[in-house]
Structure formats: C-alpha cells, structure tokens
Design a protein around this ligand. Structure first.
Ligand SMILES: C[S@@+](CC[C@H](N)C(=O)[O-])C[C@H]1O[C@@H](n2cnc3c(N)ncnc32)[C@H](O)[C@@H]1O
Length: 225
C-alpha cells in the first residue's frame, strides 16, 4: 500500500504516516507481529503500534530524549518475542541489540527473529542476574528495561551499573501493577523515582503511557558518574 511517509520530530529512523508511527523495514516483505506494511518512494515501512510497544507509546506521548541512532548499541531486558526490539532493530540498522529474555517459550520466537535480523542478539537469561551475561555483553549506549516484575527498578539499576557507557541513557518502563496492585500508581512512581535518585540516578524524563498502556510510566535516566 502506497502512503506518504515523513520523519517524526527529528528522531533518527522514526517516521510517521498520517499520525501513525513507522520504522523502515530491515526485512522488506516480512511482518514481525502482524503489523501493517506500507510503501513510499520505493522503501517499505512497518507501522509501529503504541498498544503493542511502550516505546512507541512514549514517543506519541511526547518523549523528548531519543538517543537511538543507526549505530547504537543497546541492552534490552525483557525482549519477549521481539515486538519492540524489532522496531529498534530497524532504527539501529548498523548497531546491536543484546536482547535478554528469561522465558524459553518467548526465546524460541526471538531466536527465529535474530536469524533474519543480524543486529539482534538473543540471550536466554535472568536479567536479575546480570553477571551471568557479563562475558557476552559489552558496554552499551542505551539500556531498555521492560520486565514487568516487582523488582523491575532494581533489575534496571543493577544492569545500568554494569553495562551503561558514561553519558548513556536508560529507559525503564514501570508497570505499577507488577509492584503492587493495591496501591495508587502515582505513589508507586514517586517511590520508585526516589529510590532511583537515592541510588545516584538522574531522572531526565517521565512519560505516562496512557491511553496506550494503563498504569505504566516510562522513566529516562542517567547515572551520575
Ligand atoms: C512486558 S513483556 C516485554 C515486552 C517487550 N519488551 C516488547 O515491548 O516487545 C515482559 C517480558 O519480560 C520477561 N521477563 C520477566 N522477568 C524477566 C527476567 N528476570 N529476566 C529476563 N526477562 C524477564 C517476560 O518473560 C516477558 O517476556
């Protein structure tokens, strides 16, 4: 289908078609999660669904810090079957995405995806034990954490301390209900933010992911080196 594609907000590798986000398909003709493929001037793009990807939701909700570019190196925690990693893979076409996932069932699909996307490196491991993959992962420009676990902030901080380059940024997707289903999400975000600050992290940006994801907040952070 032919569409008019334009760049999104100066973000490298992020495009839009009538307000819908898209990335340029590294594997023309191939879908990853049933997303729509569109063409413009001989290039194929994959529409990026904000209800399936928290990074797309954050972008549509006004994210300003976007350090991803064609040669970025990323450590991705909670890669699942590769929905968001696949769009990041389109963006960082000459970079690498070390993609950690603890579920063997999800990992099978991720391995299939890595066979057609050479910048995606699947790692079957527990992100709460980052020393397990210290020998596999180099220092990275960006850490993206979306593990939806009660200890998600600790997992993020431990991986940042081991793997982030000086000046690199971390994206932490906080799911309030994974921390405590009974507490007000705003209280949870405040507590997690104060824990990050007390541990020496600077919170650069916070983006609520409603209406695409209920009770989720994206935090963009740096370590004070
Ligand atoms: C919300 S899903 C991730 C969705 C994915 N980030 C995306 O946008 O396409 C959370 C994933 O984290 C994985 N996970 C949970 N705990 C983990 C851990 N300790 N280490 C690695 N992966 C974990 C789950 O198996 C699940 O696939």
């Amino acid at each position: 289908m032919e569409e008019n594609i334009t760049k999104w907000n100066g973000f490298p590798g992020v495009f839009q078609s009538e307000g819908q986000l898209a990335t340029c398909n590294l594997n023309p003709g191939e879908h990853v999660y049933g997303e729509k493929l569109v063409e413009d001037r001989g290039r194929e793009y994959r529409l990026w669904n904000p209800r399936r990807s928290k990074l797309a939701a954050a972008i549509l909700n006004g994210l300003e810090i976007f350090p991803f570019h064609d040669s970025s190196k990323i450590l991705y925690l909670g890669a699942s079957t590769g929905t968001t990693p696949s769009h990041i893979s389109d963006i960082v076409s000459d970079g690498l995405i070390y993609s950690v996932e603890s579920s063997p069932r999800m990992m099978r699909k991720l391995v299939d995806l890595s066979q057609i996307r050479s910048n995606l490196i699947p790692i079957l491991d527990d992100a709460s034990k980052p020393r397990n993959y210290l020998h596999l992962v180099e220092k990275v420009d960006i850490i993206y954490a979306d593990v939806a676990q009660p200890n998600q902030t600790d997992i993020f901080m431990d991986n940042m301390r081991l793997f982030i380059k000086e000046g690199g940024q971390g994206f932490l997707m906080i799911k309030a209900r994974s921390i405590d289903v009974t507490r007000d999400p705003d209280e949870i975000y405040k507590k997690e933010e104060s824990r990050l600050k007390a541990a020496g992290f600077r919170v650069l940006e916070k983006i609520d992911l409603e209406p695409y994801e209920k009770d989720h907040m994206a935090f963009v952070c740096e370590i004070s080196f």
